[in-house]
Design a protein around this ligand. Structure first.
Ligand SMILES: [Zn+2]
Length: 324
């Protein structure tokens, strides 16, 4: 099938879950009760994706607060600081490496097995990359950023292998920090090589909007099968870079603006894809929103995802007619 549809990772949490998380943090709710609601919210998102006909599903990250803190909390050797402000208005509890980082148990595998049991479509295994975990943490233990990053790479590699053994056909290793630190791209590449070594599952990395002209085409050296990119945010300015240096991997093409409340029309989506296909080979294109949708409302996210999938269905028919 051409133009498979998928998502980047996060979806908004329903109100009952946001309330439950806040009650849990005040000690007013048990971990089991919270876990039950996380499973309920996850199942609702899987049902929705199945219903609209999405091809490669995500779990929506109902059980996570922040994508870095979640991993730090589940690895040994980190302490979690108070709230720290980063990039604009984003607040999170910044992890601090205080000892050798260790992975005592798998972090995401139980969630993956649960979510995959809910659907016949493939669900992505979803990891945060070592470079981003390192960059968004304080380091009070390792003698260099490189040592810290490469240690994390080994542990994320083990997690990826366990996901693959649990049946994951797609493993996404998100590295949103890469595009804001072009000076350390070599380190991110070195770390990704360790993470994806010996994997047979399809590997993907998502990179948020940032200084693309400085990291492209070098970012094509990241050892993954697919790079998922935020395209709408820059009105597809990347296309001119792709014309100069061909994009050699599969691409996860962002066709939905996640920063805008307005729901795209099918025509908006169609035009974006067609524009991309003037430069990118059809068989290498996956279709997704620009980034995680967790900052949108549930209604907006439903609307945007539905339009995206419907537009792709129409475009597939149109392209099939042309080729006959
Ligand atoms: Zn992003």
């Amino acid at each position: 099938m051409i133009l498979p549809t998928t998502s980047v990772g996060s979806f908004p949490k329903p109100e009952y879950l946001t309330e439950a998380r806040s009650r849990f943090s005040k000690g007013e709710m048990s971990k089991e009760e919270l876990h039950g609601l996380e499973r309920k919210a996850t199942e609702e998102w899987i049902r929705f994706q199945d219903e609209i006909g999405m091809d490669v599903l995500v779990d929506g990250e109902m059980y996570r607060g922040d994508m870095v803190t979640y991993f730090a909390e589940n690895l040994h050797g980190f302490q979690i600081s108070g709230l720290v402000r980063s990039y604009g208005n984003r607040y999170y509890r910044k992890p601090v490496a205080v000892a050798e980082i260790q992975r005592v148990n798998p972090v995401t595998v139980e969630w993956f097995k649960y979510v995959q049991s809910l659907t016949r479509k493939p669900v992505k295994g979803m990891l945060t990359g070592p470079y981003t975990i390192m960059d968004w943490s304080f380091n009070e233990y390792y003698s260099s950023r490189r040592d810290f990053c490469l240690r994390l790479a080994e542990l994320i590699h083990q997690e990826a292998i366990d996901l693959q053994n649990a049946g994951a056909q797609y493993i996404q290793i998100d590295e949103p920090a890469i595009s804001v630190r072009p000076d350390e791209l070599d380190l991110a590449i070195e770390a990704m090589e360790i993470v994806t070594k010996d994997l047979t599952a399809k590997t993907i990395t998502h990179i948020c909007y940032g200084n693309f002209p400085q990291i492209y085409p070098k970012m094509l050296e990241l050892s993954v099968n697919q790079i998922d990119l935020e395209m709408c945010n820059s009105s597809y300015e990347l296309m001119s870079l792709f014309r100069r240096h061909p994009f050699t991997k599969e691409i996860g093409l962002g066709v939905i603006d996640v920063h805008n409340h307005k729901i795209e029309t099918k025509e908006d989506v169609r035009l974006r894809i067609k524009k991309a296909l003037t430069v990118l080979p059809l068989e290498k294109v996956y279709i997704s929103p620009d980034c995680g949708l967790k900052t949108r409302t549930i209604e907006e996210s439903h609307g945007k995802l539905r339009v995206m999938v419907d537009a792709v269905k129409e475009l597939r028919e149109e392209l099939a007619l042309i080729s006959h």
